[in-house]
Design a protein around this ligand. Structure first.
Ligand code: ZN
Length: 477
């Protein structure tokens, strides 16, 4: 029986965020729990669960955390018996303090145990990065084709199906890899809109060609400061000339579209967005507080936007929801006071104190959820019409139920301001209108003011007048 191991560490982490990700931030699965992650595992294969760890995006992972997780994967590989294949389930934008290109470190560490012959298939987020070292160590490599990532599980299923098929048919596939010196935020590259929609539509075309097994385009990750951070293309298959030509074609298409990528929603400063929202009849009106988006790696406690909102009487007079800010001490103080009581706390700005320190807030405790599986404890602090969600731990507010659980009704609110980039589907469908505020924080959407020094140069848009690159995919390893 064919034996395939499953392992991976999946996180997207910003090196511009002061947050540090530790082992407690990861949901680690082993054994039957790991296998239960996947609904599509072929029963004719013996699946060997090793270790999988996944975390909400955050700041860089501590070296001790990475060492503990990776060493356990290597130890399990040493004792699990011979494998035919390995499914490598990663995000691709993990940063570890003191390392660059840690996914390549991880797969090279795995190769050191399993050797060169075990077929390895990786599934990644299109916001991951693909260095030469990572591509070299993998046999099959693919990524999501949609942002927002409605195809995340389809992608994993495809990575596994291609691996199983290859093990049955025999022979290693060929791969053509090429980087594209363009680094853009995800909020400019949503596949819902042009030009990403058309660029990604080419993936299906290429994949359908004879001699091609899979094609993938990575946008890359803009909030880490490493040489690998840029767009990349990999086409895998059996016809070397076809995969090489098609990798070039996808790279050229991405490059040619570089000037057309624009934010998924109209943008402005927070004050500009609020002014427009208040003047508009559209309700609920959503504003993305994008600089501290926890699902891109923000600390979640950047307090700059909250301070600004508290200073706007016109916002306090509306039915406004602010989701959300992390502050365990303020959350605990609200729980001690109890519902209906007034509290005076200093909120946020402890982890990410760069844009703004803790913000003084005198408010009424309006709701408490003491058992939120992600946030731990979540409370609602009311200041006139402004309802501020404060949480013990970082939590994305992407679903209507996240709000309803706290007695808040975003559908009937005037303004809903969320730490998020592009709106996730439920919020997108609910929003009568939407603006993306370019606020400060660890995942600032204004890349040019972040101060990258470690990325390759020249790079668009950092060097807008750079000469056009020539795309020569690497296909011999
Ligand atoms: Zn992503």
């Amino acid at each position: 029986m064919t034996r395939i191991g499953i392992a991976g560490i999946a996180i997207e982490s910003s090196t511009f965020s002061p947050h540090r990700t530790t082992v407690d931030d990861f949901r680690v699965t082993r054994g039957a729990d790991l296998l239960a992650r996947y609904s599509f595992l072929d029963p004719s294969v013996e699946w060997v669960p090793l270790l999988h760890a996944v975390s909400l995006p955050g700041g860089a992972v501590t070296e001790e955390t990475y060492a503990a997780l990776s060493e356990e994967i290597y130890a399990r590989l040493r004792s699990c018996g011979p494998l035919d294949g390995l499914f490598f389930d990663i995000h691709g934008a993990m940063s570890v303090v003191g390392r660059v290109d840690v996914e390549a470190d991880l797969i090279e560490g795995i190769r050191a145990v399993i050797g060169p012959d075990v077929l390895v298939s990786a599934s990644m987020d299109l916001h991951g990065n693909v260095s030469h070292r990572l591509a070299r160590a993998l046999d099959l490599i693919t990524c999501y084709r949609k942002a927002p990532h409605t195809d995340a599980w389809d992608t994993r299923e495809r990575a596994v199906r291609n691996l199983v098929d290859r093990l049955r048919d025999g022979g290693k596939p060929l791969k053509a890899w090429v980087q594209v010196p363009v680094l853009l935020p995800g909020e400019k590259t949503s596949t819902r809109i042009e030009p990403a929609r058309s660029v990604y539509a080419l993936v299906d075309e290429v994949e359908a060609l004879p001699g091609v097994l899979d094609a993938a385009i990575w946008v890359g990750y803009a909030w880490a400061d490493e040489p690998r951070c840029q767009a990349a293309i990999v086409v895998t298959g059996d016809d070397l000339s076809v995969i090489t030509a098609q990798a070039s074609r996808l790279a050229q298409a991405y490059w040619d579209a570089r000037h057309d990528f624009a934010f998924v929603a109209p943008t402005g400063s927070l004050a500009e967005c609020v002014t427009q929202a208040l003047a508009s009849p559209a309700r609920p009106f959503f504003i993305s507080d994008s600089g501290d988006n926890p699902t891109a790696g923000g600390a979640g406690d950047t307090s700059w936007s909250l301070r600004e909102l508290l200073g706007m009487p016109s916002v306090l007079a509306q039915n406004t929801i602010y989701a959300q800010i992390v502050d365990p001490a303020a959350t605990a103080a609200a729980v001690r006071a109890g519902i209906g009581q007034q509290v005076t706390v200093s909120v946020g700005g402890h982890i990410d104190s760069g844009p703004c320190g803790p913000v003084p807030l005198t408010a009424v405790v309006e709701a408490i959820d003491a058992n939120d599986p992600v946030a731990g404890v979540a409370v609602v602090l009311g200041v006139q019409g402004l309802k501020v969600i404060v949480t013990e731990r970082r939590k994305p507010y992407h679903l209507e139920s996240d709000f309803l659980d706290l007695g808040l009704s975003p559908r009937t609110a005037d303004l809903v301001i969320v730490k998020i980039g592009y709106l996730e589907p439920e919020l997108y469908d609910m929003a009568a209108d939407w603006l993306l505020a370019l606020t400060p924080g660890g995942v600032d959407q204004d890349l040019l003011r972040l101060g990258h020094v470690g990325i390759q140069r020249p790079m668009f848009p950092f060097d807008p007048d750079m000469p056009p690159p020539s795309f020569t995919p690497v296909s011999t390893w």
